[in-house]
Design a protein. Structure first.
Length: 299
């Protein structure tokens, strides 16, 4: 497998949910800020991306559990072919999730917000139908080993929020690297979300408004390579360097390998990282990351 394919599309379900495909690198979160598309537009775009030349990089369609009726209205029978990742909370009507599966909809994952402690996690997991990937969202800063151990004990995965529409929403490279190191040490699979629609770290507009403020945002290539550093036994300080890198020339990307400084990962190694550690990320834009990779001639 070549390096680009290994990064973009080689994410399998993992040991805790064998046989459940996690899809491509980018889950489409067009319903959420800063894009905030209406359901018809988001569904139409997702279906278009699924027919594009970059469909191998496309992951799941993300929506809140209570939004599903609007998706059905927007896409009709096409919904049945759309792999879905459903966001739920402890207060959600979990019977709705089971009804969707009973009707044959392709729900692949559940992303749970605001679970409080091991006992609540176990209670919520008991409500999730067997065979689905389960992610618990935890803060990058302030999440201790006890919480991660509780998640690991359930066989679930971790979701990290790495940005938002205000500068304060972006955790520091040091905090991100430390969290990734904890996850790598425990061999826990994670996905990321928010503020990751640019390939390389830099200062970008926070929204699509003409007068949008700017902030330094994490790059998804930085994140993927930092994950690879730590997964293969590198030091936290080196992961911080990767996450802080803003010079695009620091990367050499070829069909055979992706390299940063003295580190190089071939397609099989990147595939392993995607399968066993970094599942991918949610983005409100699918086009922007792909256009950037094209502009950098990395595709």
């Amino acid at each position: 497998m070549n390096a680009i394919e290994g990064l973009l599309c080689a994410a399998a379900g993992g040991d805790s949910s064998a046989g459940v495909a996690a899809g491509g690198l980018i889950d489409f979160a067009g319903l959420f800020p800063p894009t905030v598309l209406d359901m018809h537009s988001a569904a139409r775009k997702y279906l278009e991306y699924g027919r594009s030349s970059y469909r191998h990089a496309l992951g799941k369609f993300i929506l809140k559990l209570e939004q599903f009726p609007y998706l059905w209205d927007a896409a009709g029978d096409y919904v049945r072919g759309m792999p879905l990742s459903v966001i739920a909370s402890p207060e959600s009507d979990w019977d709705d999730l089971r009804r969707l599966l009973d009707k044959g909809y392709a729900v692949k994952a559940v992303e749970i917000q605001s679970a409080d402690g091991a006992s609540e996690m176990e209670r919520l997991i008991a409500k999730v139908p067997e065979g689905l990937l389960i992610y618990f969202e935890v803060p990058v800063c302030g999440t201790g080993g006890q919480m991660l151990a509780a998640i690991a004990g359930t066989g679930a995965r971790v979701k990290l929020r790495l940005g938002g529409t205000v500068a304060e929403a972006f955790p520091s490279p040091q905090a991100v690297a430390q969290m990734l190191a904890e996850l790598a040490h425990r061999r826990m699979i994670f996905k990321a979300t928010a503020g990751l629609h640019h390939a390389v770290r830099g200062r970008y507009a926070l929204t699509y408004a003409a007068d949008s403020p700017t902030a330094v945002m994490h790059g998804f290539m930085n994140l993927a390579c930092a994950a690879a550093v730590l997964y293969f036994g590198g030091e936290v300080e080196e992961a911080v360097e990767v996450l802080e890198e803003e010079w695009r020339g620091a990367w050499q990307v070829s069909p055979e390998a992706i390299a940063w400084q003295q580190n190089s990962w071939n397609g099989d190694e990147l595939r392993e990282v995607r399968q066993k550690f970094f599942a991918g990320f949610g983005s409100c834009s699918f086009e922007e990351p792909m256009r950037e990779l094209e502009a950098l001639r990395w595709l």
